[in-house]
Structure formats: C-alpha cells, structure tokens
Write a protein that binds this ligand. Structure first.
Ligand code: SF4
Length: 60
C-alpha cells in the first residue's frame, strides 16, 4: 500500500493538495498534513504532480 507524505519544511501551505484530495490532506497551522493514509478516490499522484514545491512524495 502506498502512503503519501508531506515534507513540512518544503510545504508553503498553498492548499492545492487539500483541494485535490481532501480525504488525505488537510491544512493545519498553514501546512499540509496527511490525515488519512487511505485514499479511495485517487492514488494522490495528481497531488504529487501539482504541488508547486514538490513537497509530497508517495512511499511504498
Ligand atoms: S500542494 Fe504542496 S505546498 Fe501546497 S499545501 Fe500541499 S504540500 Fe503544501
């Protein structure tokens, strides 16, 4: 099972990942936080691809 991770040092809090996949990402204190490792709607690759600072990675 792949699992998304956010590098909070890189995240600029733009909210794109939350907009694309609110099941997995939520904003907290101006940064994105992974709130669920399971995403039934997508594989979060779109969030990875659209993060402007490449802060999201998928770990196997
Ligand atoms: S898309 Fe990237 S920079 Fe924007 S909130 Fe998500 S992790 Fe942070």
């Amino acid at each position: 099972m792949s699992k998304p991770e956010v590098n909070k040092d890189l995240c600029i809090g733009c909210g794109t990942c939350e907009a694309l996949c609110p099941t997995v990402f939520a904003m907290e204190d101006g940064k994105s936080k992974v709130v669920s490792e399971e995403c039934g709607d997508c594989d979060c690759q779109e969030a990875v691809d659209n993060c402007p600072v490449n802060a999201i990675s998928i770990v196997e």
